[in-house]
Ligand binder design. Structure first.
Ligand code: GDP
Length: 461
């Protein structure tokens, strides 16, 4: 996952600092320098990093730290807030309203500046994902291809749109993107579409003529929202490029694509600062539905290894059957993550179909247990674990004391399930890992639906 390395480095720096017996200015500076290095290595723009360092120093009061307050929490919270600030420009993006016509124009970089120069930023794919996302929610979207620059752009949009059963407009003959954009928007307005999406050519800031053309398309179609699409691998160039787009058209939101890759991803943070516009969605794969709404706080929590609790609670409501929810939450609030709970969660996961995406938010269930692209193997592993748990006694399943599982019990389970004891041990390790993460739920105030953000604050505090 993009930015994962950054999250790891920051957590390590905080951990190292809190190991020190006395936290003085020197120790704090070392920690901040470490974090600065990690941010720069992840391609976050230099000025942003420097500002962040200055802000944290201002916020973190060394006297508080010396007085024995929880140092790790204080610093972690300050970093959390600063990263959120970097990603949250403070004003929300324009949100189209269902049933009322909105025109949304997509702009973005040409492939050249991306990690793989022949592959685009994912703009055309993202247009369809955005349309498809809304269509599923009952909107009537339509796609207009005003990219006359790239050969094959119209074909690609046509193919995607047809697959998703979304009306589209474009031309093989016409070379004036302004004309196509205007015609397309007019047509779909007449057809009462409520979300008219205009895809434009990719370009970059050195191309004045292409920028002028983009400005003209914008002027002629008067979009309610301009979305800047950016590949997460863009690197240090992100800030300048994003700023150049913002200066030509009124960029109001950002979508970052390819968050499923291994890019450093700090450019994404920089683009938000450059455009002063929020990230509204992220692309997490090549498929139409690999597209997620982006929320700053859960994202930064996840990044810092604090767990995406609010996303997790939403998922509980979505995937755990209603009648099981109160009981599960009650057990978790008592700090009892038993093997039986793990078993029941595995059952839910298997029932849900494509597991990787849905559970990617669940603390601990994502990266390690279910690496992306290896869903089949993960599914087989889960089934194997469940077979072993079928050989456990009720006492074993309901105990939250891992010490209960001594060698002779594990031998018995291995024999009973026809597996090797090594596999039982591996499963117990997995259980311990999950139990440790989930123990944070202890003391949880059980929320009702709609009270998620309060909970997330609780968990992150
Ligand atoms: P454009 O030239 O900017 O319009 O880019 P395209 O939409 O043609 O996308 C370029 C490539 O990136 C295609 O192979 C897409 O399938 C791929 N792509 C787009 N979004 C994502 C994403 O979120 N994750 C991954 N892994 N690939 C993506």
């Amino acid at each position: 996952m993009v930015l994962a390395q950054l999250g790891g480095s920051i957590s390590r720096a905080i951990q190292q600092m809190s190991n020190a017996t006395i936290i003085d200015e020197k120790v704090l500076n070392e920690c901040l320098n470490e974090i600065t290095r990690a941010l720069l290595q992840s391609d976050v723009q230099f000025k942003l990093v420097r500002d962040m360092q200055t802000n944290i120093k201002k916020i973190v009061n060394l006297d508080d730290l010396a007085a024995g307050h929880n140092k790790r929490k204080i610093i972690q919270q300050a970093i959390f807030n600063e990263l959120c600030k970097m990603l949250d420009p403070g004003k929300p993006a324009f949100t189209p309203k269902k049933g009322k016509t909105s025109v949304v124009m997509f702009v973005g970089l040409q492939g050249k500046l991306c990690l793989h120069p022949h592959v685009g930023s994912g703009k055309t794919t993202t247009c369809t994902k955005y349309a498809y996302y809304h269509q599923k929610k009952g909107w009537k979207p339509a796609l207009v291809c005003a990219d006359t620059f790239r050969a094959g752009a119209f074909d690609q949009l046509k193919q995607n749109a047809t697959k998703a059963k979304i009306p589209f407009y474009g031309s093989y003959m016409e070379s004036d993107p302004v004309k196509i954009a205007v015609e397309g928007v007019e047509r779909f307005k007449k057809e009462n579409c409520d979300l008219i999406i205009v895809d434009t050519s990719g370009r970059h800031k050195q191309e004045a003529a292409l920028f002028e053309e983009m400005r003209q398309v914008s002027e002629a179609t008067k979009p309610d929202l301009v979305i800047f699409v950016m590949d997460s691998s863009i690197g240090q160039a992100a800030f300048d490029q994003a700023q150049a787009f913002k200066q030509s058209v009124a960029v109001g939101a950002v979508i970052v694509t390819k968050m499923d890759g291994h890019a450093k991803g700090g450019g994404a943070l920089s683009a938000v600062a450059a455009t002063k516009s929020p990230v509204i969605f992220i692309g997490t794969g090549e498929h139409m539905d690999e597209f997620e709404v982006f929320d700053v706080k859960p994202f930064v929590s996840r990044l810092l290894g604090m767990g995406d609790w609010s996303g997790f609670m939403d998922k509980i409501h979505e995937v755990v059957p209603m009648d099981q929810q109160p009981e599960l939450l009650q057990k978790l609030s008592e700090g009892n993550f038993t093997l039986r709970i793990m078993y029941e969660q595995f059952q839910n996961i298997l029932k849900m179909g494509p597991i990787g995406q849905v559970f990617s938010m669940l603390p601990g269930f994502s990266a390690e247990l279910m690496p992306k692209g290896r869903e089949k193997e993960s599914q087989a592993k889960i089934k194997r674990y469940m077979t072993m748990m079928d050989s456990m006694t009720n006492e074993e399943l309901d105990s939250s004391n891992p010490k209960l599982m001594n060698e002779s019990r594990m031998m018995r389970i291995a024999r009973g399930s026809g597996r090797h004891i090594r596999e039982v041990m591996e499963m117990m390790e997995e259980y311990k890992r999950l139990a440790k993460i989930w123990s944070k739920m202890k003391g949880l105030k059980i929320p009702k639906k709609g009270e998620m953000s309060a909970l997330s604050r609780n968990m992150n505090a």
